[in-house]
Design a protein around this ligand. Structure first.
Ligand code: GLA
Length: 395
């Protein structure tokens, strides 16, 4: 039985009715880390891990949300949502309901069943997957329309304000717009994007260090605040800049005296990382892999030294990966402080890579890593319905 049918069966057992099932994927970022909230460039791909949401409208204003993963239900109403979460898993779906209401949507009550297989705390955007699938489901159940970029922005608002993590737009955006076989080059300043076909010989291999990261822990928000402070300081010499997107490496060097050593290094990461994103996008567009390895290594080095978001386990995983046959590049991916690495591996060598990295990492760190061979997948979609509520979210 596939996941959607399984979910419909569980939904019926719990709520006694038919439902519609929506899916939204997690993501892996190929390159461009922490550049999104600096209005820069990112190159993520949606992946095969997803969150599924079964939904049926109710006659009253109740929202009953059940999580299969947590084995727990949460009940509230549209009128009792509040404007802040409480650190509970339900903050993600209820935060999206709150953001929809704030945006002026007056939706119906709903029974909601959530199940996901995006590893939690691994930096593969389980949060965006649950937000986008819930938002898509709530709108569709009410017969409402919304374009995908607006849905992504609304989910980001839920995470920023209701959950309290000041994340950028990348994860929600790619969960909405992902395209099978492609990465998305997103300009996070204008939100223009382009789907870029991934070279067929490359397998996307994600290695989970099994060290959990927690964005709410504060380090992420600290990095973001540092970038904002740097922009304020640089503005003294460059009054027209709005974000680090508007600064190049030469200008940064010229104005170094305005910044502390730490802020200087934070800026150097963001500005150089934007260049690396464009370089990798260019290579993929030309179907080339020459030089990819060096760009990925430079990205990891920059996150490790300048942005200081790596950790011993991530560094070890990258070092081990770089020694393997058929590797076109490796770096940590996502918010950092734990989580996963992304590796471009020749399809022919992917299985061998998986075996060897697993054994070498375990003997170096003492943890057995999960290693996933992934494909770039499609963004949010209606998967199955036994109810008569049709989706109206548009491309
Ligand atoms: C997290 C955030 C994203 C992005 C990455 C780092 O995944 O949700 O917005 O900032 O970290 O690139």
């Amino acid at each position: 039985m596939n996941k959607a049918h399984e979910l419909l069966t569980s939904f019926k057992a719990r709520f006694g009715t038919g439902a519609s099932v929506y899916r939204a994927p997690g993501r892996v970022n190929l390159i461009g880390e922490h550049t999104d909230y600096n209005e820069g460039f990112v190159l993520p791909a949606a992946i095969g891990f997803s969150c599924w949401v079964g939904i049926a409208p109710r006659g009253d204003r109740k929202l009953i949300v059940y999580s299969e993963n947590f084995g727990e239900a949460q009940e509230t109403t549209w009128d009792a949502l509040g404007s802040r979460g409480s650190g509970h898993w339900s903050d993600y779906p209820l935060g999206v309901a709150w953001a929809l209401q704030e945006a002026g949507y007056r939706l119906r009550g709903a029974d909601i069943y959530i199940a996901g297989d995006v590893p939690l705390g691994a930096g593969l955007s389980s949060s965006a997957a649950i937000e986008v699938s819930t938002g898509y489901a709530l709108l569709s159940a009410a017969g409402d329309a919304m374009d995908r970029t607006k849905l992504a922005l609304l989910c980001q608002r839920a995470e920023n304000e209701y959950v309290g993590a000041r994340v950028g737009i990348m994860d929600q955006f790619v969960s909405c717009h992902g395209r099978a076989g492609h990465a998305l080059l997103i300009d996070c300043g204008s939100l223009e994007y382009r789907a870029i076909r991934l070279p067929a010989k490359l397998s996307l291999v994600i290695c989970n260090t099994m060290v959990k990261h927690k964005l709410q822990a504060g380090d992420y928000n600290v990095r973001r605040a540092e970038c904002e402070e740097a922009v304020r300081k640089l503005s003294a010499a460059m009054p027209t800049i709005r974000s680090l997107r508007d600064v190049n490496l030469e200008q940064l060097a010229q104005n170094r005296s305005l910044l502390s050593e730490t802020l200087y290094r934070r800026c150097r990461h963001i500005i150089s990382e934007n260049e690396r994103v464009r370089r990798v996008a260019e290579l993929f567009e030309q179907g080339k892999t020459e030089g990819l390895r060096e760009v990925m290594a430079a990205s990891h080095q920059s996150m490790r030294g300048d942005y200081e978001i790596s950790c011993r386990e991530l560094d070890t995983m990258v070092e081990i990966a770089e020694r393997q046959r058929g590797v076109y590049g490796a770096r940590m991916t996502g918010g950092g402080f734990g989580g996963c690495t992304i590796n471009f591996v020749d399809v022919e060598h992917a299985a061998e890579f998986q075996r060897r990295v697993s054994a070498e990492y375990e003997s170096a760190i003492g943890l057995h890593p999960d290693i996933y061979l992934c494909e770039a997948s499609q963004g949010a979609e209606l998967v199955e319905t036994t109810a008569d509520n049709l989706p109206k979210v548009t491309r």
